[in-house]
Design a protein around this ligand. Structure first.
Ligand code: SF4
Length: 322
């Protein structure tokens, strides 16, 4: 039985701005098994990218981890210094495919240099050894080894994204976070990149955390799903459960707002209103101003976490026994 490769407990990541404290990730907990993939979905500004940066301990100032624990492969990284995280955890145990491959690559260095550098720095490879290893990773992501001598501007968007994926894999991490990995790519290349991620997960046994606002991408790749709203995970469970029998009103509304190709034609639904200001979120449930089921208690008190099944939970007063 594979154990947990990632355990996040009551994580809080706040931005300390002049205008107040933005609670971007507020009391988030989840676990991920080795080789499992998790899709994190939600509207822009719900905290999903901040959560990803927190896992790598790369939250930009004025943000910082304000509470909770992140345990990666049995090690509590929240207690580690920046130097320890850099030498022992980041890229070696957990890495990231950043949003927008164009910005993730340095335009003045060749692909080969950018792939070889971490091998020389972290593993003490010679330049020749590192470049040979880099060629293997280019082949792994479906590129010719000759790409090693090219500069980023000589590659197409899809090729750049493959290079960024190779960079994330080169130190053989256990977890790879992919932040909107198909944004700005055309649909054909999107499908190729998703198939590549699926193949790599299977072949290398890595755990993938997929961050996206596009639920169809999660449906393609994830075993588990976390739906985030206003800094909180409001529903967490296996893909089929969450997609076929969504229980939280926000998940239900999100799924109803996806256009369907098959089935009866119906008017596309939308969620009225906007997410709350995270400097001053509503007192009770953060979704209450937009929820069609909101009750008095929802406006007064934060909803409890209800375990619907051993691996399926929601944050909602509808399921509380009162
Ligand atoms: Fe809606 Fe209340 Fe559940 Fe929040 S707690 S989602 S307002 S029913």
């Amino acid at each position: 039985m594979p154990g947990y490769v990632l355990e996040v407990e009551h994580l809080k990541t706040y931005y300390y701005t002049y205008k107040g404290i933005v609670k971007a990730v507020d009391d988030v907990s989840f676990k991920l098994k080795e080789g499992e993939s998790l899709g994190i979905a939600g509207e822009s500004g719900c905290g999903k990218s901040t959560l990803a940066y927190s896992l790598l301990k790369l939250v930009p100032p004025p943000g910082r981890i304000a509470g909770g624990r992140i345990v990666i492969d049995g090690v509590d990284v929240t207690r580690m210094s920046e130097a320890e995280v850099r030498s022992k955890v980041r890229w070696k145990k957990i890495s990231m495919v950043f949003q927008g491959a164009m910005n993730a690559l340095n335009p003045v260095y060749t692909v080969g240099y950018q792939l070889a550098e971490p091998l020389m720095y972290h593993k003490g490879y010679s330049k020749k050894e590192a470049l040979e290893e880099a060629k293997k990773y280019l082949q792994l992501v479906g590129l010719s080894p000759e790409v090693i001598n090219r500069y980023p501007h000589e590659l197409s968007g899809g090729m750049k994204q493959r290079v960024v994926i190779a960079m994330a894999l080169i130190l053989q991490p256990k977890i790879v976070i992919a932040d909107e990995p198909t944004t700005a790519l055309d649909v054909v290349v999107q499908a190729q990149i998703l198939n590549l991620l699926k193949k790599l997960q299977k072949e290398l046994g890595i755990s993938i955390i997929l961050i996206t606002h596009d639920l169809s991408i999660i449906a393609e790749l994830a075993d588990k799903v976390a739906i985030m709203y206003a800094g909180k995970i409001v529903e967490f469970g296996p893909l089929e459960k969450v997609f076929l029998e969504p229980q939280h009103p926000y998940t239900q509304a999100l799924l109803r707002s996806i256009p369907r190709l098959r089935g009866e034609k119906s008017k596309l639904e939308w969620i009225p209103g906007t997410p709350p200001d995270l400097r001053n979120p509503p007192l009770g449930c953060r979704f209450a101003p937009r929820c069609r089921f909101a009750m008095d208690i929802c406006r007064r008190e934060p909803p409890p976490e209800i375990q619907l099944a051993p691996d399926h939970r929601v944050l909602c007063w509808l399921y509380a026994k009162r």
